[in-house]
Structures are given as structure tokens and as C-alpha cells.
Design a protein around this ligand. Structure first.
Ligand code: NAD
Length: 324
């Protein structure tokens, strides 16, 4: 099988490409990535060039997309602008890539008729809005979209356009909405890699607001297995929520990282809260468990320890990515 993976030089995409090639020895991956600040050829270094074809290009460009889809059986769509803070500073590129880029891909899948057996869209739990800290509610496939940040609004819009191509044009889509990922090759602007790399350099760890915001954390390898389960066992037209069963307050995550590294909590510095900061996300993955037989395997404690060790061992990867 030949897969087109978009955004395969980013954090989750590159982990997925590695995972797929290792577990599907007959398959080839075409990796279409624009190499924005978040895309890094180092993330896919060392892969067999006969099975991993890298295409430097933009999903918004029809000609590029047409060429990249030649001979492809399945499309797995990760490419996006992904950082909430950047969407607060400037939303336009989020709409262009996340909405219009997704539309460009869908048009090409539609144009190719029966050639493409599946278009799998990677989305986020952030499209569902925010939950109260003191509730035990969780998002599921039935939760209405209620995005709060320009990032999550652009992802919600892309979910809708993907679904519309299924209902209107019969494009064989699936969608997965996943919680917060962590693991190797995570760009050091996001919470976990930022805190690890700051702690390793003994510089302050900036925590938004009171640090009580809760996220559900999933190891990127569990996410990759979840996508594999959707591709191999999922039903066309369906959405699957993938969560890590690991709700943690940001401050607890930061303290845990400091503990693993043996660094003092005095490095924590509370900073002005993010605008419109969603209080809590949590995912109910029971549909994925019942229908796909998928559930996350790694505990947060084990995954976090491994991730910290990866950053300790791979300074040569993250140091060139730091600002200033
Ligand atoms: N990181 C998370 O915790 C998380 C959780 C749930 C869902 N998601 C979704 O998973 C996907 C991947 O997230 P990530 O954290 O790996 O993001 P990332 O920012 O690390 O990677 C995004 C990749 O897309 C590429 N890209 C951006 N614009 C492009 C364009 N116009 N054309 C081609 N390539 C382009 C970038 O170069 C980069 O390699 C996104 O769709 C995101 O919304 C992320």
C-alpha cells in the first residue's frame, strides 16, 4: 500500500511515519510537508529512501497535491498549524492551512474517484470546547463542536468540511479527535518539551495562570496505534475519539518533570494566563475501545520518564530549535 502522509515532518506525523514503516514492511509513505518552523527533516532522518519519499510542498497548492497523490491508496492528513498561542497572535495562516489546505486535499481525493480508499483526518479534542475543572464530564463523538481558540476553530471547520465531503461527495473519510500528545520530536514550544528543555538548562519554567488547567495526555506512539486501528478497522464516515486516560493539571506535569530531573520547584515561574485558556479537556475513548479494540498502553508516568530521557539524550535535536 502507498500512503500519502501530510505534515509527516512534524511531531506526530514523523512519529506516525516511523511507526507505520516499522509495522507495515510492504508499504511506502509519501511524506508531503511544507517544512514550516514546526517541520524538521531531522525528524525523519535515516528512513529507507525506497520506502519513504519526501516531497517538500504545500497542501494549499493544487498542483503539488495532485502530483503527491499519484498512485496513493490512503491519505493520512496531519499537516496543520498547531500552536494555540500562535493562533492568538495571528489566525490567518491557521485558516489558510487548516481549512483551505484540507479542502485542497479533499478536492483531489474526490477527483481521483475510487483510487483513494481512505482519507483520514487528524483532529483534536480542542474542537469540543472546555470542561469545568470540578466536573467529571468527558468529550465523546457525540459532543457538539464548540471551539474557543482560533486554532481549535480552524480544526473544527476542517472537521466539518471533511464530513461534508463524505455526505455530499461520498469521499471515504474517517476522523480522529485526539487529546494532548507528548513524546520524542515534540517541538519545544509546547508544554512538556518546553518545560523539559528549560529545566535541562536551569532556566525558569513559565506556567500559565494558576497552573490548574487540566489536559488529558497521550503518548504519541499510542496515538499512532490508534490511527492504525482507525485505518484498518474503522468505518468510513465515522469519527473516533482517542484519549490517554491521563488527566493531569499542568502544574503537576511540570512538578513531575522537575522531580524526574532532580531540579528544584523554585524554577517554576507563574506567568499571565493565556487568553481564553480552556480549563479542562478529557476524552471518553469507549467507542474506539469497543469498535477498534484500541486503548492506550503506556501510563503517563512511564511515557513521561521515557520522554525526559529522550530529550536528555537528544540535545543535538532540540538545541538548534530554541529561540535566541
Ligand atoms: N500536538 C497535539 O497534541 C495534537 C493533539 C491532537 C491533534 N493534533 C493534530 O495533529 C496534527 C499534527 O500535530 P503536530 O503536533 O504534529 O503539529 P506540528 O506543528 O508539529 O507539525 C505540523 C506539520 O505540518 C507541516 N505543515 C504546516 N503547514 C503546512 C502546509 N501548508 N503544507 C504542508 N505541510 C504543512 C509543518 O511543516 C509540520 O511538519 C495537527 O493536525 C494537529 O491539529 C495535535
Amino acid at each position: 500500500m502507498r500512503l500519502l502522509v501530510t505534515g509527516g515532518a512534524g511531531f506526530i506525523g514523523s512519529n506516525f511515519v516511523r511507526f507505520w514503516l516499522a509495522n507495515h514492511p510492504q508499504d511506502t509513505v509519501v511524506n508531503l510537508d511544507a517544512l514550516t518552523y514546526a517541520g524538521n527533516p531531522e525528524n525523519v532522518r535515516g528512513l529507507d529512501p525506497d520506502r519513504h519519499v519526501f516531497v517538500h510542498g504545500d497542501i494549499r497548492d493544487t498542483a503539488t497535491v495532485q502530483k503527491a497523490m499519484e498512485g496513493v491508496d490512503v491519505v493520512v492528513h496531519f499537516a496543520a498549524e498547531s500552536h494555540v498561542d500562535r493562533s492568538i497572535d495571528g489566525a490567518r495562516i491557521f485558516l489558510e492551512t487548516n481549512v483551505l489546505g484540507t479542502h485542497t486535499l479533499l478536492e483531489e481525493v474526490k477527483r481521483r474517484g475510487d483510487q483513494i480508499k481512505r482519507f483520514h483526518h487528524i483532529s483534536t479534542d480542542e474542537v469540543f470546547g472546555a470542561l469545568d475543572l470540578d466536573s467529571d464530564e468527558r468529550f465523546s463523538e457525540d459532543t457538539p463542536h464548540d471551539p474557543r481558540s482560533p486554532y481549535s476553530a480552524s480544526k473544527a471547520a476542517s472537521d466539518h468540511i471533511v464530513r461534508s465531503y463524505f455526505h455530499t461527495h461520498g469521499v471515504p473519510v474517517t476522523i480522529s479527535n485526539c487529546s494532548n500528545n507528548y513524546g520524542p520530536y515534540h517541538f519545544p514550544e509546547k508544554l512538556i518539551p518546553l518545560m523539559i528543555t528549560n529545566a535541562l538548562r536551569d532556566i525558569p519554567l513559565p506556567v500559565y495562570g494558576d497552573g490548574k488547567n487540566v489536559r488529558d495526555w497521550i503518548h504519541v506512539e499510542d496515538h499512532a496505534r490508534g490511527i492504525e486501528a482507525v485505518l484498518t478497522k474503522g468505518k468510513v464516515g465515522e469519527t473516533y475519539c482517542l484519549g490517554g486516560n491521563a488527566e493531569r493539571a499542568n502544574l503537576d506535569v511540570v512538578k513531575h518533570i522537575l522531580k524526574i530531573l532532580g531540579k528544584p520547584e523554585s524554577l517554576i515561574q507563574f506567568v499571565e494566563d493565556r487568553k481564553g485558556h480552556d480549563r479542562r479537556y478529557a476524552i471518553d475513548s469507549s467507542k474506539a475501545k469497543a469498535e477498534l479494540g484500541w486503548e492506550p498502553k503506556k501510563t503517563f508516568e512511564e511515557g513521561l520518564a521515557e520522554t525526559v530521557a529522550w530529550f536528555q539524550a537528544n540535545e543535538g535535536w532540540w538545541k538548534p530549535l530554541l529561540k535566541g
